[in-house]
Design a protein around this ligand. Structure first.
Ligand SMILES: Cc1ncc(COP(=O)(O)O)c(C=O)c1O
Length: 432
């Protein structure tokens, strides 16, 4: 009899089209499609009992481990009292409390909270708000500036705002027009600032917003840069009267060593997008935070074009809010950021050993994100497949980005599990 995993993946492949996947790789068996029955801590278990360390927090969403009991219980409790209700014209305690708590910990001045239900949707909201804010002032500013190599999601607006050509080139004819400035992660900071200034000058009065992933361009090969760039960008946005959008969907909730990446500066963005870790990795939910100034530009005696008429059916979902409140409870009950500092140091120690390998370059780290590039090996799709297979063999779940291998583990990772992970990384490099 076929193993349970094989049976399930066969049934899956008969109907399911997976995200960000070349399905022919699963169909031909080039890449395994793993069937996961349950999760606990940093581990995901397949139906035949094998386990895999989730080194990427299941696309960067998981914070405190899979099936974390406190969050699971909060969700179950909420589902028994109110699962969901329309959020236009109605509210509930969970959403209200979540908004109050987020505003308290967010960068200063971000007092207003708009709810959406996934990261890309939050980015769409932030772009529409930026454009609409100026429209309400009587200005037509259709352009958005983002950074080369940036990533903001896959819906058309978010895709257009991104700078990762692989994801967007084919859709170019149906995307809104955006401009990409040089990234401080990919050139000297001075050069990146000068390039941003040039674009702002050349398009004066036409740009509504600059959108960046603060400190780490995650999908863009985990390219990292310093907080000083954000400070300079804030000044430029003020000088040109352009809104600054911080996309903290991946960097938020402690990933880069502070609650929000922007906390490593002494300035605030005009809008911030949050998702992923917001619910501890349990449920889709996203938020767009903004200032009173922007909110007031929409808060008029007019149910018409000046109103922000954006909505999603599941906006403010009560169960997702319960998961987010439970996640914030954990942040409040323990010094998560402090605990992560110790874990990040252990990761840094092991990364420094990996960095000495002659097949490794550009080892880099911000908090609970560590990455390096493979060199001296021919880069093509087969390399990604080989790395993925070698990792699975050793009980580790990776998703390499081109020639970049990265770890972004759940904060629940134990010291011994960090060692397990880096032992596997060293073996994988040796096996290539
Ligand atoms: C910085 C950033 N913005 C936006 C998104 C899109 O979020 P979602 O996948 O929930 O649509 C992602 C997803 O990886 C991201 O990393």
């Amino acid at each position: 009899m076929a193993l349970l995993n094989d049976q399930l993946t066969k049934r899956d492949l008969a109907h399911i089209w997976h995200p960000c996947s070349q399905m022919s790789e699963y169909r031909s068996g080039k890449l395994p499609l793993l069937a996961i029955e349950r999760g606990e801590g940093v581990w995901l278990y397949d139906y035949d009992g094998a386990r895999y360390l989730d080194a990427i927090s299941s696309w960067w969403v998981n914070l405190f481990g899979h099936s974390q009991p406190y969050i699971a219980e909060a969700i179950a409790r909420q589902a028994r009292s109110l699962e969901h209700c329309i959020f236009a014209g109605y509210t509930h305690e969970g959403a209200t409390r979540l908004a109050e708590r987020i505003v308290k910990i967010a960068p200063k001045g971000l007092n207003r909270v708009f709810f959406a239900d996934n990261g890309s949707a939050a980015v769409e909201v932030s772009l529409k708000m930026a454009f609409h804010y100026f429209a309400n002032r009587g200005e037509n500013r259709p352009l958005v500036i983002s950074l080369a190599g940036g990533y903001h999601g896959e819906t058309l607006g978010a895709l257009a705002a991104g700078g990762a050509e692989l994801y967007k080139r084919i859709y170019a004819p149906i995307l809104i027009q955006t401009l990409q400035a040089k990234s401080p992660a990919l050139c000297e900071e001075k050069e990146a600032i000068a390039d941003m200034r040039r674009l702002l000058e050349e398009n004066r009065g036409k740009v509504c917003a600059a959108i960046v992933e603060p400190l780490v361009q995650c999908a863009g090969d985990m390219a990292m840069y310093d907080p000083s760039y954000l400070r300079a960008l804030r000044n430029l946005c003020d000088e040109f009267d352009v809104l600054l959008i911080a996309d903290e969907i991946a960097t938020g909730f402690g990933r880069t060593g502070t609650m929000f990446a922007f906390d490593q500066t002494d300035v605030s963005p005009d809008l911030t997008t949050l998702s992923k870790g917001l619910t501890g990795g349990f449920l889709p939910l996203s938020l767009v935070l903004t200032s009173d100034r922007i909110y007031e530009a929409f808060c008029l005696d007019d149910y018409g074009e000046k109103t922000f008429l954006h909505s999603h059916s599941y906006t403010g979902n009560a169960i997702a809010c319960a998961a987010a409140n439970a996640t914030l409870d954990i942040f409040e009950s323990r010094d998560v950021i402090g605990e992560n500092k110790i874990k990040a140091r252990l990761i840094a120690d092991r990364l420094s050993i990996v960095a000495k390998n002659k097949r490794v370059a550009n080892a880099r780290q911000k908090g609970m994100i560590a990455a390096f590039d493979l060199i001296g090996v021919k880069y093509n799709r087969d390399l990604t497949v080989r790395v993925t297979r070698e990792a699975i063999k050793r009980g580790v779940m990776f998703r390499p980005l081109g020639k970049t291998i990265y770890v972004m583990p759940p904060y629940a990772i134990a010291h011994s599990e960090i060692d397990f992970l880096f032992d596997a990384i060293e073996e994988i490099i040796a096996a290539l």
